[in-house]
Ligand binder design. Structure first.
Ligand code: ZN
Length: 411
């Protein structure tokens, strides 16, 4: 499928209407690369057509971000300036619709010491997290992608820049269900309904544990939080009731497991790109809910650093189910972008969980959610465990066992 102005326009419309679901009178905060001014205009116009009060833009630039990390002191970069904090505070009043366009070069920060990246992230998060947490669940947001040349070349190094971009666009359009024939808004309606029905089934089963088995060595049991819900595809803004789709594409149904209660070994089935570096062919072994050992053919030190980022980064924050038929998986290549890669197959995340899966979760503080079992950490890193033969069983409180996945897909 070749990208045309028409398809691009329908993509912009899909992001604004089905994704963010911008409501009349809302402020929109758009984060997009300086390389994408025409697409930013297209999105802004769609937002205004949907009734947005004002569209504000945060421009990003890979090259400048890299220069900052190369030259500026860690302490300087880790400091949140007063005006930045005021901006974050303003968001808690405006509750803007946020639209993020991912187009980054996966290698933009290659060679920057991971400790510098994580220390900067950590000290900024200390100041900004309370603001982020104050708007959680109370605003609509969406992340969608726009293939840049560097990103496309990373995925398809053997192709010319032009062919690589065309190939990546083709994949992106497929995964967001744009085919130039059918109405993508209607396709997303059907897709979110299917995922919603699966999530409702999981919720009705009230599983206490999920058991994972695969011939690759995965042998793992995770405990779930009894009152936590499975969610997927869409979310509802608790302030105005607007339904929105935070990730485009999205194929997963997820929940937050009981932090500190899982046992066994998970074997990765796809490489993990973290801080612009790859961790490949790895496994993580858990005892009493904590990662106690890990083994990676490539990126061992990086994986160890990730697990040791803070006190709770060794515990799980997410369990997600994705069947192997996912269009992302069918694309058959690594996107080097979590938005896509995490929608390829079943995965887990180390680090922070989602308080919104708890009843009334949006109004809980991070500490309250943690008391009820939702992990809290400065990281949230997804890693893939879905395989062709993955079997998952659900175990209810009375000990009865129900097949959930067989051969990598819904049983
Ligand atoms: Zn996920």
């Amino acid at each position: 499928m070749k990208l045309t102005q028409e398809l691009l326009q329908s993509y912009a419309r899909l992001i604004v209407r089905s994704g963010a679901n911008v409501r009349p009178g809302q402020v929109v905060q758009l984060t997009i690369s300086v390389d994408l001014v025409p697409f930013a205009e297209m999105l802004a116009e769609e937002c205004y057509r949907a009734g947005a009060k004002k569209v504000n833009v945060d421009w990003s630039c890979d090259a400048l971000t890299r220069l900052h990390f190369q030259y500026a002191e860690e302490e300087v970069l880790g400091t949140v300036l007063e005006w930045e904090e005021a901006k974050a505070r303003q968001m808690t009043a405006d509750l803007p619709c946020r639209i993020f366009i991912a187009s980054e070069d996966p290698d933009a920060l290659a060679g920057i010491p991971p400790e510098k990246l994580s220390n900067v992230g950590r000290s900024r998060a200390k100041v900004l997290r309370p603001y982020r947490s104050a708007i959680d669940g109370k605003h609509q947001w969406v992340i969608a992608a726009y293939p840049s040349e560097k990103w496309a070349k990373k995925c398809f190094p053997a192709l010319s820049a032009e062919d690589a971009v065309a190939r990546l666009w083709d994949a992106v359009l497929r995964t967001v269900r744009i085919d130039g024939e059918h109405d993508p808004v209607a396709a997303w309606q059907a897709h979110t309904e299917f995922i919603g029905a699966k999530a409702a089934w999981l919720n009705a089963q009230a599983f206490r544990f999920l058991r994972y088995r695969s011939a690759n060595g995965t042998d793992f049991t995770v405990e779930l939080i009894p009152e936590a819900r499975w969610e997927g595809a869409g979310a509802v803004n608790s302030v105005n009731g607007a339904f929105y789709i935070p990730n485009m594409p999205t194929e997963e149904i997820f929940t937050s497991p009981l932090a500190g209660s899982c046992e066994g070994t998970l074997v990765s089935t796809k490489p993990l790109s973290w801080n612009s570096q790859l961790i490949e062919n790895f496994s993580i072994t858990f005892e009493k809910g904590r990662a106690v050992s890990c083994k990676a053919e490539k990126g061992q030190t990086l994986l160890e650093q990730m697990i040791a980022m803070d006190e709770c980064s060794c515990m799980l924050g997410e369990v997600a189910l994705v069947p192997k038929e996912s269009p992302v998986n069918r694309c058959g290549f690594l996107f080097y972008e979590t938005l896509f890669d995490e929608n390829a197959c079943c995965h887990m995340a180390l680090g922070s969980g989602f308080k919104e899966v708890l009843p009334g979760g949006d109004d809980l503080t991070v500490a309250q959610a943690k008391e009820r079992g939702v992990n809290d950490s400065i990281i949230h890193v997804d890693f893939m465990v879905g395989s062709e033969d993955l079997a998952i069983d659900g175990v209810r409180a009375d000990g009865s066992v129900v097949p959930v996945f067989r051969d990598g897909t819904w049983a």
